[in-house]
Design a protein around this ligand. Sequence first.
Ligand code: SF4
Length: 341
Amino acid sequence: MDLFIPSRVFFEPGALEYPLGRQLYDLMESKGIPIRITPSHNRVLGIPGDTPQIAYREAKRTLVVGVKKTLKLNTCRPSADYEFALGTSCPGGCQYCYLATTLGRKPYIRIYVNVDEILAAVEAYIEKHHPDITHFEAASTSDPLAVEHLTGSLQKTIAFFGRQEYGRLRVVSKFANVDDLLDLNHRGHTKFRFSINSAFAINTFEAKTPSLTERLGAAGKMAAAGYPLGFIIAPLFLYEDWQADYRQLLEDLAAWIQPHQPSSLSFELISHRFTARAKKIILERFPQTKLKMEEGSRKLKWGKYGYGKYVYPPDQLETLKNWFTQEINRLFPKAEIEYFT
Ligand code: SF4
């Protein structure tokens, strides 16, 4: 799959005071990509699109380069202690993407250039919790690997965590351009997970993302480079042939594991859920979507931020959990299932 090159780029003036900001400016200028200045990376005017579909499509072709000002970190359960952001959104076109709905009607791709300041904030959290080991998630608000060929920020971050005795990094991605990460001195401090799904889910809902074969190819390279490895199967969908499709996925994965033998292997399992706002936005963007979002067949669960999510009802969640636990234990007896949600 081709690496992402934006159709237009907006820079915050402050971003040009950082080496990465200037480097990106020069790169975009050399490629003849239209450049504009935006007073704030939070409010970007001038992305075309007078229908929801075009606004979404054009936003996903737009890069915004800014400075991360808030360096206070949020907690990130169940996958880590804290999360930090190297950017937001990604060029992928997954219909169910919660980022694409929480970031509003124009989920443009944002890159932060003050990576050293972000990592200094991370270091302060590590020191605060020392001698306990603190785990950080770097992909809750973006897929940083999708823009790594432009930023190099993940390389810098992985190398930083390689130097930390008491900090560990977790990254998740659907992208496959890992070659620049293979020779880093990561010391096993970065756990890399690949997000995968059944062939039906990938083909139906995950536009503009690498194929399963490409993701597994990247996972093989990361395993060979000694990274602790995991797979996130998300979102888990219940549909007519879900058991046959997910069994095929797990059996393909088991066949893939044989020659690669990662030093450790884990799974994270996340069932599909949606909010009322997400449903509205998804239906505007993808009027023909095959995503099933019928409130009547779900259970409303209130989250800590005061809005409700429609999750599968308890008996269906139990079925999903039991089935995946049994199949993963059968095919990957040494793997750990970190959580099911
Ligand atoms: Fe969203 Fe991840 Fe898909 Fe990008 S790859 S659109 S972040 S779900």
